[in-house]
Ligand binder design. Sequence first.
Ligand code: SF4
Length: 342
Amino acid sequence: MRADVELDIGRKTFASGLLPELIAVLRHSRPGDLVALIGDDESVGPELETWCRFTENPLLETTIEDGRRRWIFRYGGIPAPAGDDRPVGSRLWLYTNFDCNLHCDYCCVRSSPNAPRRELGLARIQRIAREAATLGVKEIFVTGGEPFLLEDIAGILLACAAAAPTTVLTNGMLFAGRRTESLRALTRDRIVLQISLDSATPDLHDLHRGPGTWARTRQGIQFARAEGFRVRLAATVSTDTEAEEFRQFLDEERIAAEDRVIRRIALRGSASEGVAVSRADLVPEVTITADGVYWHPVGAEDADLLVTRDIFPLSESFAAVRRAFDREGEHANKLARIFNCA
Ligand code: SF4
C-alpha cells in the first residue's frame, strides 16, 4: 500500500522516543493521509496497534519488506454514514461469484473476465436463505463479480427473495438473450436492481470501467425500468466534486432519495487509490462468499476481514461475527480504562 508519509524509525520504540515523532508527523499531515512507519524492532507492533486504537488512527496494514517491518496507519477516522446503527446480522451480503464481464480499475474484490468464478452455488444459497429467514435477516444484498453471468441467477434471487427483500448489484450490461429471461422471471415486489453508474456522462464511468460501458449501462437501466423493476443507481466516485455532480444528475433525473447510492472508492482489491478502510472503521455486515464469512462486503476476499471459513450453521457464523464485533468493543473499552488517569 502506498503511503503519503514514510517515516524510518530504525530501532526506536515507544519506550525510546517514538511517540514524539508520531505526534510531529501528525502535526504535518492532513486527515485521511496514510502514514508508513518502517522499523527494525518488531515489538513496536503491539504497542503501535494499541496507540492506533486509542487515538482512532486505524492501523491498516503490517508487512515485512527486506527484513524490516512496515506499518501503515491512517490519520483520523471515517465518519460513519447514517444507518450504520442497524443490528449486526439484519443485513446479509452474498457474493454469488467473482468473475465479471468488466475489469474496473477500482474493483474492491479484483473481479474481471479472468477471475476464477468461486461460485457460492444455488444449493448453498438456498440453505443460507432458509436459515437466514429464522435469524432476523431483514434484507439481502446479492453481489459479485457480475451475478447475471450465472445461468441460475433467477433461482438464486428467488430463493433470497423468499427469505427477505433482496437487492441485486449489477453493472446492468447483460440484459440480452437468455439473460433477459433470467430477469423476467424475477418478482418485482421483492427484488430491486442496484445498477452501477458512476457519472452523468460517459467520460468518468468509461475511464474506470472501459470504453462504451456507460452507454450500455444506460440501456440496461432503461430496459430494467421498462420491465417494471425498481432500479437504484449507485455511483463510485473519487472526490466530493464528482459526488456533487452525480447528485445534480440524480436530481435532474428525479431519482428518489432511497434509490441513490454514492460512495467513495475504497483502497481495496484492484484500487490503487481511494479511502483506506480497516475493520475498525466498518460496522460489520455479514458477508458470505464461497471462501467463508467476512466482516464487510468491501473487503470480501481480504484476510483481515475474514471472520470464519465455516458458513454453516448460519446461526454459528452470525454469532462469530457478533463475537468479533463485541471483542472490538471490549478492546476499545479496555483501552479507555487503561488510559484513565484519575
Ligand atoms: S466493480 Fe463491479 S462491474 Fe466492475 S469489475 Fe468489479 S464486480 Fe465487475
